[in-house]
Design a protein around this ligand. Structure first.
Ligand code: FDA
Length: 450
């Protein structure tokens, strides 16, 4: 066992942990970052799959995400806009495919009115919701006791309007069925992006990507930290008292004055806290769980849909792949689609063989883009459910009633222990921007306490 000493030990080399470590080191403190995996980045992972560069984890940057945008600029990385020229595609409950332009799907005038009314109503509720303190909303308890699907049923009898509004938060964001999270949780998701309108605007929320991949952010941060980042070091135990901590891996013991636990909350119980965390944390951590989505990548010899006047953007709450986008890499002559299969639909296709699942997913893509979508040259499914050190995607959210009941203690430190990750963020919640914000804020809090 090697023993090292630092001012602060950080558990987890994702965007949040590395941001915190960077800020603390800049402020003159010594740090050690312990990472379980043999790579940095956590849910950011850019890899070469059969000759195609794929963003296996997070990739998009939206205009309001200034913490992420500042970091990208500081690191000297370049961004490029998502391809969006041409018409989008919508498939309705009857399986009919329609091309359209603009934000509102091509539905009947009555359904369109309902969709617009619901968006306005949600924008109003979101405006009353502080993303950093959603539990202070005047109706927080009430809104946290009703599932988003039940709230939508109360609001409208129009099934297609409900299905579409539900999809934006459920399949597309929290990646849980709309009956499994509360309306307050839905408001937090939208408030964290500025408004519900922002969430339904693909051109806003999925605006830009980083040339060469978003994992460069954690890779470059880690490079600057140099020998202070230790890979393959899963923290098994954390001994703590008022004076400091000892983080224990299979090979290392890091003695420090403070610790930042920068891992998703579903993994806190992989660490043996000695003494145990207080009852409040034991309870609240059990009410947070990961969503689940398969991110599907299909690479073709050419972006054939562009010749047909299509942007590559497609939506349908009735399709296995509920949303798809042109995800062609910067300067690439090949064309790439990215599509998403969420929550219960993902569970279902994981009961199939890999080949059956691939065929089902490509068939769904062909409903939007035609037969050519059936024959990609590279096909890959990002399956974060099997990743031991993540266990789902994109991030964690509370069960019904959990946010109002426990939210106020989400980020409360326990003695020398602070918590930091995108799952605990207000603004930028579930996104890389939130991971970075949390990293900065937690570092400032820890430094102030030293
Ligand atoms: P993260 O999980 O990245 O880091 C935690 C680290 O802790 C990991 O490296 C893990 O290995 C390590 N760890 C865990 N337990 C440990 C232990 N006991 N000891 C040591 N280390 C331990 N966001 C966005 O802004 N735009 C997007 O387009 C997307 N899209 C997207 C797609 C997919 C498929 C995923 C999975 C996620 C996204 N996201 C996203 C979300 C975004 O990627 C995510 O919110 C942040 O990267 C999370 O960063 P954190 O540092 O908070 O956690």
């Amino acid at each position: 066992m090697t023993i090292i000493e630092r001012d602060i030990v950080i558990i987890g080399a994702g965007a949040s942990g590395l941001t915190a470590a960077t800020a603390l080191q800049k402020a003159g403190h010594t740090v050690a970052v312990l990472e379980a995996r043999d790579r940095v980045g956590g849910r950011l992972w850019t890899d070469d799959i059969e000759g195609a560069m794929l963003e296996i984890g997070g990739q998009w940057v939206s205009p309001d995400q200034d913490a992420l945008k500042d970091t990208i600029a500081e690191l000297g990385l370049e961004t490029f806009a998502r391809y969006r020229d041409g018409e989008s595609v919508y498939v309705n409950a009857a399986g009919e495919r329609t091309r359209f332009e603009g934000e509102i799907f091509p539905v009947s005038p009555d359904t369109e009115r309902e969709i617009v009314r619901l968006i306005e109503k949600l924008d109003g509720l979101v405006a009353e919701t502080d993303p950093d303190r959603p539990w202070t909303h005047p109706q927080a308890k009430e809104l946290d006791e009703i599932s988003f699907s039940a709230w939508l049923e109360q609001e409208t009898t129009d099934q297609e309007a409900r299905d579409n509004i539900g999809m934006f938060i459920a399949g597309a964001m929290l990646t849980k069925p709309a009956h499994a999270f509360s309306t307050l949780q839905a408001l937090l998701m939208a408030a964290s992006a500025g408004s519900f309108s922002n969430l339904v605007d693909a051109d806003f929320i999925l605006d830009e990507r980083v040339v060469g991949g978003l994992q460069q952010v954690p890779i470059l941060l880690a490079e600057r930290l140099g020998d202070d980042v230790f890979l393959g070091q899963a923290v098994r135990a954390l001994r703590w008292n008022a004076d400091g901590v000892v983080a224990v891996t299979d090979q290392l013991e890091v003695h420090a004055r403070r610790v930042i636990v920068a891992v998703p909350p579903v993994l806190y119980n992989r660490i043996s806290f000695e003494p145990p965390l207080p009852r409040r944390q034991h309870q609240l951590h059990q009410h947070l769980s990961m969503g689940f989505v398969i991110k599907v990548h299909a690479v073709y010899e050419t972006p054939f849909w562009r010749e047909d006047g299509l942007s590559g953007t497609a939506f349908s709450p009735y399709e296995l792949v509920h949303e798809a986008y042109d995800n062609t890499n910067f300067g690439d002559t090949r064309g790439t689609f990215v599509g998403f299969v969420s929550d219960e639909a993902a569970d279902e296709v994981f009961t199939l063989t890999a080949e059956e699942r691939k065929q089902r997913i490509l068939t769904s893509l062909s409903h939007y883009f035609g037969e050519k979508a059936l024959t990609p040259v590279v096909y890959y499914e990002s399956d974060w459910g099997t990743e031991e050190w993540t266990r789902g995607a994109y991030a964690a959210s509370f069960d019904l009633g959990g946010l109002a009941r426990y939210g106020a203690d989400l980020r409360t430190p326990v003695g020398p222990i602070s918590f930091s990750c995108s799952d605990l963020a207000g603004k930028g919640y579930q996104h890389v921007d939130g991971a970075i914000r949390m990293g900065r804020d937690t570092a400032a809090l820890v430094a102030a306490g030293l």
